[in-house]
Design a protein. Sequence first.
Lengths: 249, 77
Amino acid sequence: MTRAGRVVLLVLGLGGLLALLAIAAADLPAFGSVHSAYAAFARHAAYADRHAANSVAAVVFDVRGLDTMIEEFILFAAATATALLLRSTREEDAERAEDHGEGDALKLFGIGGVGAVVVLGLYVVAHGYVSPGGGFQGGVVLATAAALVFLAGTYRAFRRVTPQSLLEGAESLGVLAWPALGVGTLASGSAFLANVLPPGSIGSLASAGTIPLLNAATGLAVASAFTLIGVEFLEELFAERARGEEGRS
Amino acid sequence: MTAVQIMALSLVALSALLVVLTRDLVKLTIANSIYGLVLVVLFLVFGAPDVALSELVVGAVAMPLAIVVAIVKERGE
């Protein structure tokens, strides 16, 4: 295709997209408008039916629980694929490269930070259905704590707190809890992943029925999947560094 | 729309521009995490604390870390 032809195609495409966006934007409800049928439904489903103070959690872990379960599978597949691809290029017993730790100030900040980040992560996971947060957000915060060990400490320390077999087991457990609970709700005579447990009193940790269980399972799966992906990337990096050092000596 | 919301929107647009215009990879990583942080403020002032939390950890921590690893690997250090 000639350059002029490509430009014509680009202009047509961009013009068409702009026109469609303009039509769609003209039809949107006014900014800040609170009247939405779905919002009203979600609020009612969260507060009145499930006693979940965070309506986002009620939607994610209950109303569209099946979607979230498949999202968990996608995350699991992504982490597994990363591990498979990177591990196949690595020799199993390759010599592990050593790294020296960083400066004292960074170390001190990091050591203080790790504990605080772990507590924050656990808090965000545990209160996912009573305040903003939840398994996804808290899980990533927990994985960040592991990354902090690497950033402020050494690679050896990082690998000591992240054994691969533990991460793999925890991730599988977190993901498997979803279909297991779904089968459990089927066995109790309700729909797959229906909220069959008593809703409890709104705003307390003992509320929202099955949502806390699925939320905790998600926290476990996300924390270990993100840490596993980090481990695989860094392992690759340090295997390469070790190969480079061998080549030089 | 309040003044804070307009400010957050403009800051996001500005820092996005900064990300696109930065050529140096290390500076790009820093610009990208600034963009992530500004996006957190945007989500917060538009009343979406859940999304802000996700963006905070992914945009300001996880993504820069992945990019830094990629840069180091690419340079073969």
